[in-house]
Ligand binder design. Sequence first.
Ligand code: 5AD
Ligand code: SF4
Length: 515
Amino acid sequence: MRIYLETFGCQMNELDSQLVRGQLSCLGHTFTEDPSIAEVLLYNTCSVREHAEQKAYSRIGIVGQRKRAGEHLILGVIGCMAERDGLDMLVRHPQIDLLCGPGELDKLPALIDNASRTHDLPRPDRAALAGNKSRRTATLAAADDDLESLDLARMFDPSTDDGRHRSAYVRITRGCNKFCTYCVVPRTRGAEVHRPPDHIVAECRRLADAGVIEVTLLGQTVNHYSYTHGVAVTLSGTEAPQVGAAVRPNGRNDSGSHATARKTTFAGLLRRIHEEVPSLRRIRFLTSYPRDFGLDALEAMRDCPRICPYLHAPAQSGSNRILRLMNRGYEVEEYVDFAHRAIETVPDLCLAGDFIVGFPTETEADFAATVDLVQRLPFKNNFIFKYSPRPGTVAFDRLPDDIPDEVKRARNNRLLAVQAGVSARVHAGWVGRTVDVLVDTVRSVPKANPAPNGVELRWERPVGRWQVVGRTAGDLIVTAPFDAGNPSHLIGTIVQVQLEAARPLLLLGTLLTDG
Ligand code: 5AD
Ligand code: SF4
């Protein structure tokens, strides 16, 4: 069948979509970028903020109209919205033929197959959801982890390679146990489970053999990774017991001996991938949780030249009172200490993060503390979000969403302006240096679009010129003009750029090599 697959939300969803695409292609399905000619429409949804849900609902509404007009289509909602809303969604939106949660994607082909054969399946047979299974003990969740096979069976087809596939995501942990009060992820993606390091290294090697030069290791709290060998599964943050033995609070197992199983830490995993897959030019990871970041991982970043000096570590707020209400588990000074330790340990470290403005009860003084934190640290960028109350979270149940939307919007804009100044300073510090840039885009500005005042500035408006755009190891965005025709052959290669000017969002330079 011909499938249209659209993805909303985060990198974890992008990876899930890639895997789903591979799995369904293997079974003979084809994919199209045009929803009007597809027989199956799949929406991989995100529940983190209401806005992403609204976009998905608008697509679901349009498909509903097409089906009522007589088109025979299969509509599938996969990902976090399916998991959170569950079977209720099928009652409210009867045009949906199948639902599949992010922890059940291995069952998607069967659901599509069923939907194509029978249109009036009972509702429970149209859905694969973890439901209350998702927060059973992590042991059970992991032991039942059929999803592992989905990651392991990923497809990479170099024949379709146009250079854009030189970069790939690799999952190292699933789920999250942090329970930040605003966040729906622990509910939709379930308990934290850590993949065996051998599987991760093998996946990196397979990708590298197929031409990938950059992998980004993914986890909701990626640095929390820890795998205890010799047990069936590894639980988050605990010393996993030997199979069949329960660990008592004193750390002894039932046989009375201390658990001695060998452990692979996050730092160990980084070093293993670095050593065992030497053809990877860049090893990156997302998203870091500030509290659990050990010096050993920072040292691995310092010692291994192909591990990128980039940390995305969301602070979320600069107010200790708000951080407590968010259940983040650290105070502002701890975040600042962590950031300084990272900057001192890892040369050329680039720091990025996330902030939420307008969390319930946030006062002007709390917001001022956030502004202060953004100004104190050299963040290259921050993603800034307006608080969005999410059903199923502690904040939704216990804290009224009492900050008016115009206040949230104003704080969002003020923080963006402060961040623009900080980013411009950080970028300015790079001018004059030569950096390696992994090219991901080429573009040209048409001649028909001249500068409004008739003056063509070298950097502002490269009219009629080609430009390459890419990222440094620290994830700084760099653009450079290219005068010898269309530079698409450079996509997916690493080129050297001499940096000459800085803007809040990017650096501008001259290409020294062509990869
Ligand atoms: N409202 C606004 N932002 C949120 N995030 C997560 N949940 C919410 C919410 N309910 C943001 C956090 C997180 C990023 C992925 O999304 O900043 O780090
Ligand atoms: Fe959500 Fe907090 Fe887990 Fe991040 S660490 S996924 S914000 S609960």
